[in-house]
Design a protein around this ligand. Structure first.
Ligand code: TTP
Ligand code: MN
Ligand code: MN
Ligand code: MN
Length: 389
């Protein structure tokens, strides 16, 4: 007779989009370790290895209880030799040497700091690392050429490092709603990304905007950002036009994870609430008297002001693509990746944030809701709060 734990392991599906993955789970002592190795593989431009570690971690997130021995893992999918070795070592010794030495390594720490700058990807960070640069301060000190995005990233570095709370996300939601309705009444706004999955903090706040009358959403983004700018609420914005054309981008490009909606990467100026502002206004008075503000105008000192910078992503979608955009912008990133893999490998379909194309029938499958998309894909519906793969 099989021990009790095995039945859940045997039922564990192999694609993350076939499983329910809650935000809080029982194995963070293992998943956190595996995700460090995944992150490190990404820094070394090894995507295959990175995804393998992320899939292994994700399986453990879906388990209903804490892993106590290697026996508990017997029937689980997606656990490669390397991941199993790491897990075994943590179960036996309390930690993995490979994980700890990665965590302590200079390359890992510097790459984490540099890619943590808004506008800086792995490639740029790696070049800077090999040139001997170690921190955002080094970039300023050595006078590195920075694009507009990276300049903002360095300028607001401290603020953007601080997690955004749900309470702050709610205040931003009100600001976005006000802006959108001022320029297009009847438009609909939805909170996306991690906050839609129930996270209590995030690295940014994501919004999807549409209008029930198809076409009304065209050219909306510049109107929104202009309104916000006039109100003095935008510290930075870069808008990209909608470049989606069904004929060109449909079947061929649909499986790419970069979508082509009109979108805006921005940094909002969020006024601190009266309560959380009290201590910092005292600090700012002190700064003026000691002249600390004159040190360097290049950086914003968060502790010395009544506001903070917050990263905000805005996306505008035509109503007919809204369900696909909603599914695509809810995440998690691994959940999205697994949905596309499922569609391609198991269903001969290609899924994007715009559409679902069925290669066997040679047609686009329409959908008004996320539920319909899951049904087209032959998947049980997984609610956003269970997509924390
Ligand atoms: P993120 O905001 O990067 O991630 P998140 O909201 O899940 O987590 P965090 O708390 O760190 O902000 O992305 C949100 C979703 O948007 C993600 O599931 C994938 C989607 N997305 C795209 O579809 N295209 C893109 O180019 C990017 C960057 C994200
Ligand atoms: Mn990020
Ligand atoms: Mn987000
Ligand atoms: Mn985002």
């Amino acid at each position: 007779p099989k021990p009790n734990g095995d039945s859940t392991a045997m039922l564990m599906k192999s694609y993350a989009c076939q499983r329910r993955t809650p935000l809080k789970h029982h194995n963070s002592f293992l998943t956190e370790a595996l995700e460090i190795l995944a992150q490190n593989a990404e820094y070394n431009d090894n995507e295959g290895r990175s995804v393998a570690f992320r899939r292994a971690a994700s399986v453990l997130k879906a388990l209903p209880r804490r892993v106590r021995s290697m026996q508990d893992l017997r029937w689980l999918p997606c656990l490669g030799d390397h991941s199993q070795r790491v897990i075994k070592e943590i179960l036996e010794d309390g930690s993995s040497r490979e994980v700890e030495s990665t965590r302590q390594s200079e390359q890992y720490q510097v790459m984490k700091a540099l890619t943590g700058i808004f506008g800086v990807g792995v490639r740029t960070a790696d070049r800077w690392f090999r040139e001997g640069l170690r921190s955002p301060d080094d970039l300023i000190r050595t006078g590195q050429q920075l694009n507009r995005e990276q300049q903002a990233g360095v300028q607001y570095y401290d603020d953007l490092q601080k997690p955004v709370t749900k309470a702050e996300a709610d205040v931003i939601s009100d600001m976005v709603e006000k802006a959108v309705h001022a320029v297009l009444p009847g438009a609909e706004i939805q909170l996306m990304g991690g906050f839609r999955r129930g996270k209590e903090v995030g690295h940014d706040v994501d919004f999807l905007i549409t209008h029930p009358e198809e076409g009304k959403e065209e050219g909306l983004m510049p109107k929104i950002t202009n309104w916000l700018k006039e109100q003095g609420l935008l510290l930075y914005q870069k808008t990209t036009r909608n470049s989606y054309l069904e004929k060109m981008d449909g079947p061929a490009r649909a499986s790419s994870n970069m979508d082509r909606f009109e979108r805006c990467f921005s940094i909002f100026k969020l006024q601190k609430s009266a309560a959380s502002c009290k201590s910092s206004s005292a600090a700012s008075a002190e700064d003026v008297s000691t002249g600390r503000e004159s040190e360097g105008p290049a950086e914003h000192h968060p502790e010395a002001s009544g506001w903070r910078a917050v990263r905000v992503d805005l996306v505008v979608s035509p109503y007919s693509q809204f369900a696909f955009a909603t599914l695509g912008w809810t995440g998690s990133k691994l959940f999205e990746r697994e949905l596309r893999r499922w569609a391609g490998q198991e269903k001969h379909m290609s899924l994007s944030s715009h559409a679902l194309y069925d290669s066997k029938q040679n047609l686009y499958l329409r959908a008004k809701t996320e539920e319909e998309i899951f049904a087209h894909l032959g998947l049980e519906f997984i609610p956003p709060s269970e997509r924390n793969a």
